[in-house]
Design a protein around this ligand. Sequence first.
Ligand SMILES: NC(=O)c1ccc[n+]([C@@H]2O[C@H](COP(=O)([O-])OP(=O)(O)OC[C@H]3O[C@@H](n4cnc5c(N)ncnc54)[C@H](O)[C@@H]3O)[C@@H](O)[C@H]2O)c1
Length: 307
Amino acid sequence: MKKSLEGRVAIVTGGGGGIGGEVSKWLAKEGAAVVVNDVGSDLSGGGFSSTPADGIVSEIIGSGGDAVANYDSVAQPDGAKRIVNAAMSMFGRLDIVCHAAGIVRDRMVFNMLEEEWDDVINVHLYGALNIVAEAVPIMKSQSYGRIILFSSVSALGNLGQCNYSAAKGGQIGIVQGLADELKVDNITINAVFPGADTRMTEGMSSTARAYIEQWGVSAESSDAQGIRSSVRNAPKVAYLCTEAAANITGQVIGVFGPPMTVYSQRVLMRKLYKSNAWQFDDLDFAIGSSLNRNIPESRLGGKYEQR
Ligand SMILES: NC(=O)c1ccc[n+]([C@@H]2O[C@H](COP(=O)([O-])OP(=O)(O)OC[C@H]3O[C@@H](n4cnc5c(N)ncnc54)[C@H](O)[C@@H]3O)[C@@H](O)[C@H]2O)c1
């Protein structure tokens, strides 16, 4: 039986890490040749090691797949160029980019150093820009591409992570900004909200526990470990990289644990309309009483319209 990604070439940044590693292996299992990119840094972005990327490449080759390691940093434009060049020189094309590289440098904002902000923004957000900017011209020339940015539910806010939340929210901005631009060339771009027990979540067990218990599974139960494993994300991400997912673009898709979910876009919820200029008293009355809920028109005294 033909595999769904036979003949495709993929790059996975952070492809030697917890979730990125499983995604690399799943893409290879479906037939893609994979550039496993990973600097092998520590969790806060320091250090270098070839071991994570090499380990995943060995596993893929050992299972009969095709893969090559790359150790450049996606946080730098030159690094992204070399990652894309590795795909082109080894495999001659580029169909799939999964940007899973990540670090965290958590800190309350009043203690956050400039470098802690910059390092996180550089890997997640500039990393996304760098790799997308290098990949898109090639994908356009092939009239085919699948791009997945590994965002996070922390894009919606998380204590002590304003750098990470800003970077992950910014990735969603890139997705929404580019979806229409790329559609004409049969290139899709989506963000995923992944989740798993990896070194990144070691200090966040209460968050993991809250997730699991939402699904009616006790965090102590024997299934909990399996539900939190990185591999639970991989088939869902890989599916978004197939031809079958051609009509899914500009979305935020949850891939953590048992469900596959889709998040709403921001939409205008309610409008209070006044044709002549608002005065502060109007705002005080109208906003306080009705911006966030519908109230009977009679209570607005004919001064405003709810639209
Ligand atoms: N684990 C979770 O629950 C969770 C939740 C939401 C989002 N995410 C996101 O999913 C992605 C994968 O997370 P994970 O838990 O597997 O983390 P991880 O720490 O296990 O893996 C991340 C990998 O990225 C690599 N990396 C870091 N900086 C790099 C750079 N500049 N260039 C190339 N590689 C680099 C690291 O060496 C590491 O192997 C990250 O983007 C993370 O923010 C994870």
